[in-house]
Design a protein. Structure first.
Length: 331
């Protein structure tokens, strides 16, 4: 009697983005049948070009604010612009992507009985009064500010996930992702790591917003993706939220000094006014991830920054400084 072997079918929304493309790499390598879904608003075809020839990889151009009808076993919902420059460009669409996108992907998971993971964010904590941030902290978010389209959109998506879990017994996972960096970051996304590296490589002033004493915790992309995969693989009674990030905290001034050191740049460090609602501190408590996933970041900041700097050096040489500064997306 012939036995049939069915490979796991996995959908990744936002699969051509920074995080999504690295996740697709890992899933394709694991042997899963991977369906990458992206509308290329901030994602780039160049991020997944190397996968297009793989027999277990498929690309669909689609906007998650519209329903999608496919057959899958697991869904990673990563679709949403994640940097202030991009999510503030069209704030209404950003909210739609988080909320309508969650509704559509949850509806798909309900129809096909798939397990579904939401890529939430540390921004659900806002400018926190609790430090470090634990998953039971409800946050301190401005609901009507310029960052609210992203912060509140992601908070509403979490609400929807848990309501589908309670009402429809859906198998959900919610990851709260803290600052992540690495190769394939967009050079003009306004995030601090990409900003500092590009400015240092071009010999331009490195701009620190505020006094430079505000803190962030930086997790290398490979470590973060490992956490997502581990969370998806947990038992059905593990829903999250689970913080995924690096518990080591750095000030913006420390990060700038490290980038200058690693690039050998002669850039000056200059200060600019702090943007509205910018959090003063951000650091995850990852006790839950350690207990449930046996997970913790392994890549130290200097090693991760070194790999990221090498990526941007190559990008600058291939695209040219003119195109990079013009804000053109790599395609």
């Amino acid at each position: 009697m012939l036995s049939m072997h069915f490979e796991k079918r996995v959908a990744v929304t936002g699969g051509a983005g920074f995080l999504g493309s690295h996740l697709c790499d890992v899933l394709v390598k694991s042997g899963a049948q991977v369906l990458c879904i992206d509308n290329f608003f901030t994602g780039a075809r160049s991020n997944i070009d190397h996968l297009l020839g793989q027999k277990n990889f498929e690309l669909i151009r689609h906007d998650v604010t519209f329903p999608l009808y496919v057959e899958v076993d697991e869904i990673y919902n990563l679709a949403c612009p994640a940097s202030p420059v991009h999510y503030q460009h069209d704030p209404v669409q950003t909210t739609k992507t988080s909320v309508h996108g969650a509704i559509n992907m949850l509806g798909l998971a309900k129809r096909v009985k798939a397990k579904i993971l939401q890529a939430s964010t540390s921004e659900v904590y806002g400018d926190p009064h609790v430090h470090p941030q634990t998953e039971d902290y409800w946050g301190n978010v401005n609901p009507i500010g310029i960052r609210s389209c992203y912060d509140e959109g992601k908070r509403c998506a979490e609400t929807l996930f848990f309501d589908y879990w309670r009402q429809h017994k859906l198998r959900i996972k919610v990851a709260q992702i803290f600052n992540t960096y690495g190769p394939r970051m967009h050079p003009n996304d306004g995030r601090v790591v990409s900003n500092f590296i590009v400015q240092a490589l071009l010999g331009r002033d490195i701009t620190i917003y505020g006094d430079g004493l505000q803190t962030r915790s930086f997790c290398y992309v490979d470590d973060l993706v490992d956490g997502l995969v581990r969370l998806m693989a947990t038992a059905d009674d593990v829903t999250g939220p689970v913080n995924l990030g690096n518990p080591k905290e750095f000030t913006m001034a420390e990060l700038a000094a490290t980038v200058v050191e690693l690039t050998g740049s002669r850039s000056r460090i200059v200060h600019r006014p702090l943007p509205e609602d910018d959090p003063r501190q951000r650091r995850p408590d990852i006790s839950r991830a350690q207990d449930l996933l046996s997970w913790a970041p392994r890549t130290n900041l200097k090693d991760g920054l070194g790999r990221t700097i090498s990526y941007f050096e190559k990008l600058l040489s291939e695209q040219g400084v003119k195109n990079l500064l013009a804000g053109k997306l790599p395609v």
